[in-house]
Write a protein that binds this ligand. Structure first.
Ligand SMILES: Cc1ncc(COP(=O)(O)O)c(C=O)c1O
Length: 371
């Protein structure tokens, strides 16, 4: 297996801790340990927990809480992984053989399309377009799906656009998959951060061959726990567990315990309110910034998540723009090039308000100077 470099991940890992104004992050401002649990819980519970392997598919308690996020799911439908990145890896690895064909929604977090190619399979690209407000073109999908299609991969809510599929589109995708007995794999890691307050419906239970990935990294503000999951039919989850034995064996035990704490109804509600408040305030700031730029930047506002995909109009390459922003202004944004879409930048607005405000001001100044 020969993999291509995952440019966006490497770009973020290299630079995100070197800049003062990091607008490349895609989640809600990470919590501290003290912000998640009180010190008596740490002293009385966590301090006495043997740091062993734990259940390699995730503790029964954690799998039960995760199952509670999905309609009529039980712990047997859940495999806990090291982040949703591992969840995506396991599913893609298990479903595709060299020579297989899959359809992949783009733009997208590029992990899955690059991995498909690395596995020697073909990734047929299904583009969401700006002209369609980042909505899907179902006729295009119908043209791409064939009897050779093993899986249709979607990202909903979408990274980088924040667009959310309608129920009708979700059902149409499942119907097309059903015709050729393909899997639908939905990366739903951004679920829960919707601006209208309505949680994005899941692909789980919508179709017998649906596999859903998710995790604690984005709206929960807990990326460092490295806890993700796959939800799917029991026999498939069982078989994916065998693949997991070859990667990380088990999720980290401390992460398992803290994720369980975060998902208990009271804490989950607190974290949801926290995310809602950060996202709604910062979204207003971002919208005002776009308006103030008077057409230098245009967008379809995201429906969910902490990221916006912005078209900028000065004629300059997105990697060059991001590099100048980083070197000259100490601001990090993700260039559209990383999504094969020059002319755009992805801006994360889930962070600290003060840093977002100054990062945007500096980005605006550079864009104005290029007009
Ligand atoms: C769509 C999508 N899936 C998966 C991941 C990986 O996230 P995690 O930290 O849960 O592994 C990301 C990270 O940005 C993402 O955007």
């Amino acid at each position: 297996m020969k993999i291509e470099r995952f440019e966006m991940e490497r770009f973020q890992s290299t630079w995100e801790h070197t800049v003062e104004f990091n607008l490349a992050d895609s989640g809600v401002l990470p919590l501290t340990l003290a912000g998640l649990v009180d010190h008596t819980w740490v002293q009385e519970v966590l301090a006495h927990e043997p740091i062993g392997y734990g259940m390699t598919n995730g503790s029964l308690e954690l799998r039960t809480e995760i199952a509670g996020l999905y309609h009529a799911a039980g712990p047997e439908h859940v495999l806990v992984t090291s982040g949703s990145a591992e969840a995506n890896f396991l599913v893609t690895w298990a479903l595709l053989q060299p020579g297989d064909e899959a359809v992949v929604m783009l733009p997208n977090y590029m992990q899955i399309p690059l991995l498909i190619r690395g596995l020697g399979a073909e990734a047929k690209t299904w583009w969401l377009t700006e002209a369609n407000q980042w909505g899907p073109d179902l006729d295009d999908l119908a043209r791409l799906v064939s009897p050779r299609t093993k899986a249709i991969f979607v990202c909903n809510p979408n990274n980088p656009t924040g667009a959310v599929l309608t129920i009708e589109a979700m059902n149409a995708i499942c119907e097309m998959a059903a015709k050729v007995n393909a899997w639908v794999v939905a990366d739903e890691v951004y679920r829960g951060g919707e601006r209208d307050g309505h949680t994005t419906p899941s692909f789980w239970a919508r179709y017998a061959r649906a596999l859903v990935t998710g995790g604690m990294s984005k709206v929960f503000g807990l990326p460092g726990l490295r806890i993700g999951w796959i939800v799917g039919p029991h026999d498939m989850i069982d078989s994916l567990w065998s693949y997991h034995d070859y990667t990380t064996i088990s999720p980290n035990l401390i992460g398992d315990r803290l994720a369980l704490m975060a998902l208990t109804p009271r804490t989950r509600q607190r974290l949801a309110l926290r995310a809602q408040s950060i996202l709604s305030e910062n979204f207003l700031l971002l919208s005002r910034w776009v308006d103030d730029l008077e057409g230098l930047v245009t967008w379809t506002p995201p429906q969910a998540g902490a990221i916006a995909f912005l078209r900028y109009h000065p004629k300059t390459n997105s990697t060059e723009l991001a590099t100048r922003l980083r070197k000259e202004h100490d601001v990090l944004v993700v260039p559209g090039d990383h999504f094969q879409m020059d002319g755009f930048i992805r801006v994360g607005f889930g962070g600290e308000r003060r840093l977002l405000e100054e990062g945007l001001r500096r980005t605006g100044d550079l864009l104005r100077s290029l007009r």
